[in-house]
Design a protein around this ligand. Structure first.
Ligand code: N01
Length: 540
């Protein structure tokens, strides 16, 4: 600790929050309400988090909008009106701006500021937080709201620097409109981002070449404008809906029937799947209780979607290339608008880069092991270093200078208690951290639960004159083991995905998400709080 720090010549705050997305905005609101001096640091020049950065064509959320928002304020809920079932990114960003304006949040947010490091000082029981520009602040509470999927993964292809055309990653899309007209565009990646962007880019591009490594299941979103009556009903049912989503498994008011897919005859199942397909959205995955637990049950829904792909795609060879084989739902279940239909267009081609991998980016395009594709533009829809990527981007050091990255061995042995706290890092809280259920559902619901739990916990500490709180080692070991055991009882861990870290070369650690569902997780967290933060170590 430098003498500058010791002399306390730095700005002293009660709390510092990193990120001004859904998490940071609400955390700021709650801490301010509780009377804490709080500052949010945000790398972008405005609020929004992922919705600030993900401006790629077709970007939409995949949870129905009337549930994809805050529910902490009935007034806010009733003042805002969503246009459609799955609104596009600009509308979601507008919503977050509306929230920031309504609660005058911007005055406590420092924009254009990236946090480089944060270290805990045992003598003062404070966090010293350093920005990339050299500013230091101290805070009693250090809270990360950095998102689970916000550190872009641009694969380290040989030759990218030599490419003469434009290239973009979906998660860092420019503010200005990208002009695809007449251009030869290549897109790498067919996850949620690629599947949304491909139909939109294809409408404009001269030619679109899709470089696909793993074919994906996708289900029609069946997006549509909301009627006035539907919105009125949602607003009238605010309390009931709020209760339902908070108790649900995935943050949406959908309860899977307590029935195995194998209990129905093929004809009955076909009817159930067909109805879910027609409704659009996430219903297919919730058609039966065991689609994510039992291989045979999963095959029933997986083969249903495969047959849909073959119905939609006219060229049987392209349909074959687009046919996924992994267990449906073990990667994020994707919703689309005309994704498979796009492959019927004459200006779209599909390249299987599993069969012939990308060798390098050349100055003119992409070269795979069997061909070179000339391109004017490359879009990387290649995803994120999920769960730990954004935490490790900061050099976070706890007691005795131990680094979070080293403690978790670069992600290979993540250990948290409830995904919120980790031993050795007192008064540090992670909103939707690894080993929380967050990314397996409708994020704002997960975020609100974490923010409220953290705010209540800080309230408790202040009321009981506790200086610090951190997870006990034995509790985090137990929690991490519990998370792994639960995950291993499902099909999630049998498939490589960003959930397992397999998308990042060299990243180990496996599946670091609590799969037990939002509602049961909320109950666990509430029990811990009710038992005076059982499992946590507190110092007076
Ligand atoms: O990223 P992804 P994403 N060579 O990791 C391919 C959320 N989200 O940005 O499957 C060739 O899913 C990779 O191939 P493979 C949502 O939670 C939500 O699409 O690894 N290809 C894959 O096809 C989602 O799950 C929304 O074989 C390479 C693709 O790139 C998460 O964000 C919208 C490659 C990456 O897919 C991430 O989605 C968008 C390489 N070297 C995102 N490296 C909505 O709410 C990677 N790929 C709707």
């Amino acid at each position: 600790m430098t003498s500058l720090h010791k002399n306390n010549q730095v700005n002293q705050l009660d709390a510092v929050v990193i990120g001004a997305g859904f998490s940071g905005l609400y955390m700021l609101y709650r801490l301010r309400e509780a009377g804490l001096t709080t500052r949010v640091y945000e790398a972008a020049d405005d609020v929004g988090g992922v919705w600030y950065w993900n401006r790629y064509p077709g970007a939409k959320c995949d949870s129905e909008s009337i549930y994809y928002n805050y529910t902490f304020s009935e007034e806010l809920y009733k003042e805002w009106t969503w246009s459609s079932r799955y609104p596009a990114q600009p509308e979601i960003l507008e919503y977050l701006n509306f929230v920031a304006d309504k609660f005058e949040l911007r005055r406590d947010i420092q924009f254009n500021t990236r946090i480089q490091s944060a270290e805990y000082d045992e003598e003062s029981n404070r966090w010293f937080i350093h920005t990339k520009d050299g500013e230091t602040v101290t805070a009693k509470y250090f809270i990360t709201g950095v998102g689970c999927i916000s550190t872009a993964n641009v694969p380290n292809f040989k030759g990218l620097d030599s490419f003469k055309g434009e290239w973009y990653h979906t998660g860092h899309w420019p503010h200005e409109k990208v002009d695809f007209r007449g251009k030869r565009v290549g897109i790498i990646g067919t996850g949620s981002s690629g599947v949304q962007a491909i139909p939109e880019i294809a409408k404009e591009a001269g030619h679109l070449t899709v470089f696909q490594r793993t074919p994906q299941y996708s289900v029609p979103a069946k997006n549509h404008l909301y009627s006035k009556e539907y919105i009125e009903e949602a607003k009238a049912n605010f309390h009931e809906n709020k209760k339902k989503v908070r108790a649900s498994l995935g943050g949406l008011p959908i309860t899977p029937p307590d029935k195995s897919a194998l209990d129905d005859t093929p004809e009955e199942r076909e009817k159930v799947f067909e109805e879910a397909w027609e409704k659009g959205g996430p219903y297919l995955l919730f058609s039966y209780s065991d689609l994510l637990a039992n291989e045979e049950a999963n095959e029933t829904v997986s083969s249903f979607i495969r047959s849909k792909i073959h119905e939609i795609v006219e060229d049987p060879e392209i349909a074959r290339k687009l046919t996924p084989t992994y267990y449906y739902g073990t990667k994020r279940a994707i919703l689309d608008t005309n994704y498979f239909e796009t492959y019927n267009r004459s200006n779209v081609s599909l390249i299987d880069v599993k069969q012939a991998p990308i060798e390098e980016i050349t100055e003119n395009g992409i070269r795979t092991t069997d061909s070179e594709y000339e391109l004017d533009m490359i879009v990387f829809a290649t995803g994120y270093d999920g769960m730990t990527g954004s935490l490790f981007n900061m050099d976070i050091r706890g007691r005795d200078g131990i680094s979070l990255k080293e403690k978790w061995e670069n992600g290979a042995s993540v250990q948290t208690y409830l995904g919120i706290s980790t031993n050795g890092f007192p008064n540090m809280f992670m909103i939707t951290g690894p080993e929380s259920p967050s990314v397996l559902g409708n994020m704002p619901v997960a975020i609100e639960q974490h923010v409220e739990w953290i705010a209540d916990c800080i309230d408790y500490l202040r009321n009981h004159e506790k200086e610090t709180i951190e997870a006990k080692v034995e509790e985090e070991v137990a929690w991490s083991n519990h998370c792994r055991e639960l995950a291993d009882s499902t099909l999630y861990t049998k498939v490589e995905s960003w959930y397992t870290g397999a998308n990042i070369p060299g990243k180990a650690g496996g599946f670091q998400i609590y799969v037990g569902g939002y509602g049961p997780y909320r109950e666990k967290c509430e029990k811990v709080a009710a038992k005076e933060y059982k499992g946590f170590l507190m110092q007076s």
